[in-house]
Design a protein around this ligand. Structure first.
Ligand SMILES: [Fe+2]
Ligand SMILES: [Fe+2]
Length: 140
């Protein structure tokens, strides 16, 4: 059954593509790890989680954009979605640079901020892909 192995992705966010959904689940797993950081090693571990998140995100955005092309998404809809991905990657890289040059500062402020970017992106952009994926699945 689709979605069964997804531990972090809430059902309304399941889009119906196995790899895409498991990638989203993996991003939420990182956000969960970020949220749980505390104590003395928080800054070090935060760096680790952020590296993991950045890597997974880059991979995920590549796949999602290739999928959008395959689904025939084009024009403004495609351009705005890709621009939103680029913006998130820029923000994440900025945080990474900050971490290299002297720590994240308030680690507890980071988790809600990064979660906010990812979740609002999924709601605003990724959920719009669901009907197209459903359609493609029905045809397959
Ligand atoms: Fe997206
Ligand atoms: Fe996505």
């Amino acid at each position: 059954m689709l979605g069964q192995d997804l531990r972090f992705l809430p059902a309304p966010f399941v889009l119906g593509d196995r790899l895409l959904d498991s990638q989203h689940d993996g991003l939420l797993e990182c956000l969960d790890a970020l949220k749980k950081l505390s104590g003395d090693s928080a800054a070090y571990k935060c760096n680790e989680v952020m590296s993991e998140l950045t890597g997974r995100m880059a991979q995920h955005f590549d796949y999602e954009e290739a999928m959008m092309r395959k689904l025939g998404v084009k024009g403004e809809l495609f351009d705005q979605h890709v621009a939103a991905h680029t913006e998130i990657m820029d923000e994440i890289s900025h945080i990474h640079l900050t971490s290299i040059s002297g720590g994240y500062g308030a680690t507890d402020a980071l988790a809600p901020k990064v979660s906010g970017w990812v979740l609002s992106h999924m709601m605003k952009f990724d959920l719009a892909l669901k009907p197209l994926i459903d359609d493609a699945n029905r045809r397959a």
